[in-house]
Design a protein around this ligand. Sequence first.
Ligand code: DQA
Length: 144
Amino acid sequence: MTQVVFVLNGPNLNLLGMREPEIYGDDTLDDIAGMLEDRALDLGLEIDMRQSNHEGHLVDWLHEAQGSGARAVLLNAGAYTHTSVALYDAIKAIRTPVIEVHLSNPHKREEFRHKSFVGMAALGTVAGFGASSYLLALEAVARL
Ligand code: DQA
């Protein structure tokens, strides 16, 4: 059976493509989903791509990833990355590997982005490569 990789996206990422393109690029979330699906096919994986502006949805989906036996989670929690103890706890609470993903490199940006609750609990982080951050994170999953 094909293993599923959850790709969870947090607040404001539904606006990708028109949101600060000089920082986040021109690709929409649908474009990124398409790229991931193509690459996943080569790797023998399946993508389940989701986005929500609500913190609790991301927590529920992390639990669901474990419950459904997903291979891994790629998590771009957007601004919740820097604020959410609930996401930290959820990642710690599940055995499913979680990889933190960012389009931009938060460490090169405002100081409030330097702290990552997600990164403190995740297996690893891919950041700063635009849409390719997601693809690199998927490659990492295939090598786990
Ligand atoms: C982001 C970085 C976060 O600091 C920011 O709040 C986002 C996007 C990224 O992908 O670069 O919403 O997660």
